[in-house]
Ligand binder design. Sequence first.
Ligand code: ADP
Ligand code: ZN
Ligand code: MG
Length: 477
Amino acid sequence: MRTEYEPVIGLEIHVQLSTRTKMFCGCELSFGDEPNTHTCAVCLGLPGALPVVNERAIHFGLMIGLAFGCDIAERSEFHRKNYFYPDLPKGYQISQYDQPLCRGGEVGDVRIHRVHLEEDAAKLNHLGESGRIHGSGRSWVDFNRGGTPLVEIVTEPDIRSPEHAREWLTLLRTTLRVLGVSDVNMAEGSLRCDANVSVRPVGSTELGTKTELKNLNSFRFLERGLRAEIRRQIDLLQAGEPVVQETLHYDPRSDRLTPLRSKEEAHDYRYFPEPDLVPVLATEEMIAAARAAIPELPADRAARFERELGLSAERARLLAFRSELGDYYERAVAADGEDPVGLANWIPQLVERIGPDANPAESSVAPESLATLAAMVAAKEVSRDAAREVLTLLVREGGDPRTIVEREGLGALSGEGDGLAEIVQRAIESDPAAAAQVRSGNRKALGPLVGYVMRETKGRADGGEVTRLILERLGPS
Ligand code: ADP
Ligand code: ZN
Ligand code: MG
């Protein structure tokens, strides 16, 4: 019998904090500015320069830890992590080691291992053959990024599929965004994610040998990279070969993974306490201030959507885990709160039309218009099918749903006027077999009759109304 395998995934996420200044100096953060215009003796690592901790970064770190329900260390330390690379002018990165700011906690269904503070490295810009200005094969260092405050979040290996990883990272990003601690933009690198992954036979509780995937700089690549690596590991094990613990680079173009470095040649970072910084003492005042700064979090918002608006857990998560969807939805509910559940059903319809990553607030469909459309469906002024068409038009050209319904003649056909009764009669006459079955109580036979009417009316009739009219004629009275 073939062994079934299950993936085990843990993520390491680096988040650039949106403080005004860098982690250990007064240089301003400056994404996108002219290279090397925001530097000083400290962030260039000049001899004798002394770092000073950014209090705002500690505050943000505490907010994150408290939002995740972590244990906050009363006293945490900075360490030097030593290694050589051209983007690291001091020859070490100031990070946290055995005394991180936060431990434990959870976000959604994934436990957090630790959260610590550190500084970002400078940015290396590689110019290849195509580098227009500087010829081939050179690298340039932009020290503007060097020293940017980072929070590193390490999860426990609680994630069980690539889709789960993607959904969870969405929740994490939204949580950080509503906390207001980061831009959390993967394309710009303010949110960066490495994925550790192993597979094991289903039912086993031991962990398999893991690999670490780098360069997953979008939600799509995270999911695709994991899928490719899980496939590769299962193929190896099924061929009786071992998985080697190593770091892999995912190339989205070829969908292939190539080794970066194996664990044997891994660095010995020679961590030691940073002698130029005092320990961070998280006082009760600091913790109280951080707690007071935490707004409603996505998980709480989802719970509120369930509790107060009656949404299903799944629908509530879908809306709350992406704040732009949740915000849009709440604006629509504010415009017409008659039927929040019915209204929520229209958000996925809208997302389908504007694209999975687009912000509905930036689409041409105003939340008030969506609310109006949903209300018109609820009042049977327009059928569900016709309303879908109206939504497509709203996405394309904006405007008011009532105007579009009128202009396109998409208003619902009613039983009295509009000839709907006649069409129902024709449906019954055209399919006597189905009619007979309905008459004898078989409601399944309604399908072809309703389908006939829908075809004839091009979807403008209301399904419930059509069913009612058919039963009125055929139903057991
Ligand atoms: P390392 O010492 O290699 O950095 P850690 O124990 O610090 O490994 O874990 C780093 C990340 O890898 C964490 O997110 C953790 O959840 C995850 N992880 C650890 N072991 C495994 C495993 N066997 N399979 C998948 N993920 C793992
Ligand atoms: Zn500086
Ligand atoms: Mg680690």
